[in-house]
Every structure is written in structure tokens, then in C-alpha cells.
Design a protein around this ligand. Structure first.
Ligand code: HPA
Ligand code: ZN
Length: 325
């Protein structure tokens, strides 16, 4: 049987984690005080009371304003360090974490303040035995022009970034809107992935664009792909990683999408389990594995396969992968 100790002890990679989504109420209050930002909340209970969401849009409406407390390089360092110590406790050996530069530059925080704080934490995480890397996301509800400028900034720090992602509000913001920026990023040697959130109006079309036209290496969420057997076959053939996030799903949808995960495992698609925004969706990565195993009666072998998939679809070198597999 699958126990919490089993899911915690299993060596794993985390591939779908928004560092801003690890901002726990306690740290939020501490940073508000340190930076003299009035967030209108004084206690942990006050903060938690604002956590009302039932879909992607209502979640994002809580999520972005909370970032106002993040101001200095030290704040970004503290945020990432807090997550990385939790990752170590969950036996996460390798993490590729998302950050949203435009969520900060758009409110006057310089790009390098964000990047330097996060990057220093990834360096220091080596002492925790966690191999940590940064994926820069474009906000898909911002303009192409804004993404272009953000990529230009990011390329100044090419060595500190492993890849490019796409997040925020998917409605009317298809992956193809950013085809040019993804092409430029790939040409610069960056890896590419995009969110294809669950239950979106144009899920299948967005997944099709991402796989057939933009040739991304992973899909973040993306489990709606089961509606289209041809796309499932393509994802299996190309070994595309699908980063599913069960607890996140259970907040923004009536479903955890466990049946989809099982179908994808059976179809040979490299699906993995991740935490997305753990401070908001009530659970870190091991909790996600455990919740899914409980609800859908997964075997230890299935859990091990999911963890293997996380290393296989990570962006570490072939040689490094052999250490884990
Ligand atoms: N989808 C879109 N935007 C996000 C997410 C997500 O899962 N998490 C944080 N920002
Ligand atoms: Zn996400």
C-alpha cells in the first residue's frame, strides 16, 4: 500500500512549481511588515479567509495581488529558500521552478532583483542536496511585445535560466500568440514548455498548437489531451512530459483528474505529479502523490512510475539522469 511515508521518501523531481505560489501566509505577513506594505490582513486566519477560488480566473485574482509584499532581492531569496528546504524534506532531488518576471517588473521591481534573489537560493540549495533550476514564464494575458522585452532581459542572464514557460489566464490567449518568442528562446538553447490548463474552453486546440506547431517538450497540466487519441499517441511517441497537479486540480475543477493520469500512464505518456502552488492548494509534492494514490487506489508501482517519469522528462543531462533512474 501507498503510505504518506512512502510518497515522502521516494526520490522525485518537481517540474511544475510556481515559486510565487509557495508564499505561505506566515512569510506573507512577515514581508508585509518588513517592507511596510499594507495588505489589509493582520493574522494568518485573515490571509486564509481571502483564499476563495473555484476556477483558474478566481484563483489568479487572489494570487497576483499577494505578490505585492515581494520587493527586495532578500525577499525573493527568502521565498525560494523556504520552498527549497521543504523540497529537501520531501526528497525532491531536482526541481525546475517557474517564476513570473512580469508580475514583478509590471509593479516596478527590476528584473535583476527577482532573478538574483531566486538564483542565489538555487545555488545555496546544493547544500540541501537539491539540484534547482529556474524557468522563466511569460504571462499569457500580457502582450507579445511585453513577452519579447522579458525574453530580451532574460537572455542577458542566459546561464541562470534553464527554460521558458507560459502561464496565467489561458482564456483567448493560445500558445501560438507567443510562437515567435518561443522560437527565439529555443534558438538560444532554452528548453520550452507551456501551460495547457485543465478544462479550458479551447484545451484541445491549445494542446494541438503546443505539440504540433511549437513542439514544446512538456505540457503543464495538459491532461485534457485524453479527449484526443491522436494527440495522446503523439505525446507518447515524442515522450512529452505532462506535469499534472492533483490538489491544484481539485481547487479549480470538480475533479482531481486521476482517471486521466491513469489512462495516460497506460498509454505510455510520461505524466508526472507536481504541486503547482502549494501554499494556495494545501499540499506540497508528497501530499499530491498521496492524495492521488488514496483517491484513485494507485499501486506502489504506479507511484514509482510517476516519479521515474518526473526525472525522465526533466531537463537534466542524460548522464545525470542515470543517477536517478
Ligand atoms: N495555471 C496558470 N497560471 C498559473 C498557474 C496555473 O496552474 N499557477 C500559477 N499561475
Ligand atoms: Zn501552474
Amino acid at each position: 500500500v501507498v503510505t504518506p511515508e512512502f510518497t515522502r521518501g521516494l526520490p522525485k523531481a518537481e517540474l511544475h512549481l510556481h515559486i510565487e505560489g509557495t508564499l505561505e501566509p506566515e512569510l506573507k505577513l512577515k514581508l508585509a511588515k518588513r517592507n511596510h506594505v499594507d495588505i489589509g490582513q493582520a493574522t494568518i486566519e485573515d490571509v486564509q479567509k481571502t483564499y476563495n477560488y473555484h476556477d483558474l480566473a478566481s484563483f489568479l485574482a487572489v494570487y497576483y495581488p499577494a505578490m505585492n509584499v515581494l520587493q527586495t532581492e532578500e525577499d525573493f531569496y527568502d521565498l525560494a529558500w523556504a520552498y527549497l528546504t521543504k523540497a529537501a524534506a520531501n526528497n525532491v532531488r531536482h526541481v525546475e521552478l517557474f517564476f513570473d518576471p512580469q508580475a514583478h517588473t509590471s509593479r516596478g521591481i527590476p528584473f535583476e532583483v527577482v532573478l538574483n534573489g531566486l538564483y542565489q537560493a538555487t545555488i545555496d540549495a546544493r547544500a540541501l542536496n537539491v539540484d534547482a533550476h529556474l524557468i522563466m514564464c511569460f504571462l499569457r494575458d500580457f502582450s507579445k511585445e511585453s513577452a519579447r522585452k522579458t525574453l530580451q532581459e532574460g537572455l542577458k542572464y542566459r546561464d541562470k535560466i534553464i527554460g521558458i514557460g507560459l502561464d496565467s489566464d489561458e482564456h483567448n490567449n493560445p500558445p501560438l500568440k507567443f510562437a515567435r518568442q518561443f522560437e527565439d528562446a529555443a534558438a538560444a538553447g532554452l528548453h520550452i514548455t507551456t501551460h495547457c490548463d485543465i478544462d479550458q474552453k479551447d484545451s484541445i486546440e491549445h494542446i494541438r498548437q503546443a505539440l504540433e506547431i511549437m513542439e514544446v517538450e512538456r505540457l503543464d497540466h495538459g491532461t485534457n489531451i485524453v479527449e484526443d487519441p491522436d494527440l495522446v499517441e503523439l505525446a507518447a511517441k515524442r515522450q512529452v512530459g505532462l506535469t499534472s497537479c492533483p490538489l491544484s486540480n481539485s481547487f479549480v475543477s470538480p475533479e482531481m483528474k486521476g482517471k486521466e493520469v491513469i489512462d495516460l500512464l497506460n498509454a505510455g505518456v510520461k505524466v508526472s505529479i507536481n504541486s503547482d502552488d502549494p501554499a494556495y492548494f494545501k499540499g506540497y509534492i508528497s501530499d499530491n502523490y498521496y492524495a492521488l494514490a488514496q483517491k484513485f487506489d494507485l499501486s506502489q508501482d504506479q507511484i514509482v512510475q510517476l516519479a521515474k517519469n518526473s526525472f525522465e522528462t526533466s531537463w537534466i543531462s542524460q548522464r545525470q539522469k542515470q543517477l536517478y533512474l
